[in-house]
Design a protein. Structure first.
Length: 158
């Protein structure tokens, strides 16, 4: 039986996801990168965002996440990571249409193609949605570099 996997980091860029995968494997974690950019381009006719996911075994999730966060201080391996602006979860999808349910997905795809529905990021943990212009990881500046002057960026909506 295959071990269950969990998303430990989400990126817009495959190279960044591959770098995190290598770092995890050097530390002894079995990791995997899943690239969904083709699905986003073909099905949703959108720029691939939050499409590169780094997965680890579910049992290793906490240790792997801790390793990434502590090593980020020195090597900035999480620059460009897409995380929920409300809860900080890496379980983010874009656009917000879930492929598991066909009818809402088709309606959402048609709505976005006809510009009736705005494409947004969606957190699978807390169900928060936010527009692309707010996709920055908390604690980063406009270029997704660590913002040492302001600390964490607060979400003004609560």
């Amino acid at each position: 039986m295959k071990p269950k996997r969990e998303v430990v980091a989400t990126f817009n860029d495959l190279e960044k996801a591959q770098a995190v995968k290598l770092e995890l494997e050097k530390a002894g974690f079995h990791s995997l990168v899943v690239d969904n950019s083709r699905v986003q381009r073909l099905l949703f006719r959108s720029e691939p965002l939050a499409c590169d996911k780094v997965l680890v075994d579910e049992a290793d999730f906490q240790k792997a996440r801790h390793l990434l966060e502590t090593s980020d201080v020195q090597n900035h391996n999480l620059n460009g990571e897409v995380r929920c602006l409300k809860c900080g979860s890496p379980h983010v999808i874009y656009p917000q249409f879930l492929c598991k349910f066909i009818t809402p997905t088709v309606v959402g795809m048609l709505g976005s193609l006809l510009h009736f529905v705005e494409k947004e990021f969606y957190c699978q943990d807390c169900h928060y949605t936010w527009p692309v212009k707010e996709m920055l990881r908390p604690g980063t500046d406009v270029l997704n570099w660590p913002d040492i002057h302001r600390g964490l960026v607060k979400d003004e909506r609560g």
